[in-house]
Design a protein. Structure first.
Length: 126
């Protein structure tokens, strides 16, 4: 179901097992097990969500519970009350007070898309 501002939503009572892919922003309030891939979009894990999945998105905002690795080409935000168990790989990470995080963090240029890194290196060689 799409909301007014172009975001899709997985409701509180919805359980998804498998692979979720898309090209629009997504808000998860239910349960997801598997993988979530939104290469050019923002992923929001709501406060009622329980996610056991590897997450890949442009930006990731976590308010609920996530068990799995997170890869973002932009920013990952862990808000107060969130619980994350898994590794985070992103360009930027913000962790609020009272957020719980167990895992490793990699804040390197390596989280960028490969074609962006190639374009940057070819410009610098000119």
């Amino acid at each position: 179901m799409a909301t007014e501002n172009g975001q899709a939503r997985i409701g509180k009572s919805v359980v998804i097992r498998g692979e979720v892919k898309g090209s629009e922003d997504l808000i998860v309030d239910g349960r997801v097990e598997g993988t979530v891939t939104l290469i050019e979009s923002r992923l929001t894990i709501g406060p009622t969500a329980s996610v056991a999945a590897d997450l890949t998105a442009k930006d990731v905002l976590i308010l609920g519970q996530v068990q799995g690795n997170i890869v973002a080409t932009g920013r990952v935000e862990l808000r107060a009350g969130s619980v994350v168990e898994g590794d985070v790989r992103a360009l930027r990470l913000a962790v609020e007070d009272n957020a719980v995080f167990r895992g490793k963090v990699d804040l390197t240029q390596g989280a960028k898309a490969p074609e962006v890194a190639l374009a940057a290196s070819s410009v610098s060689n000119s």
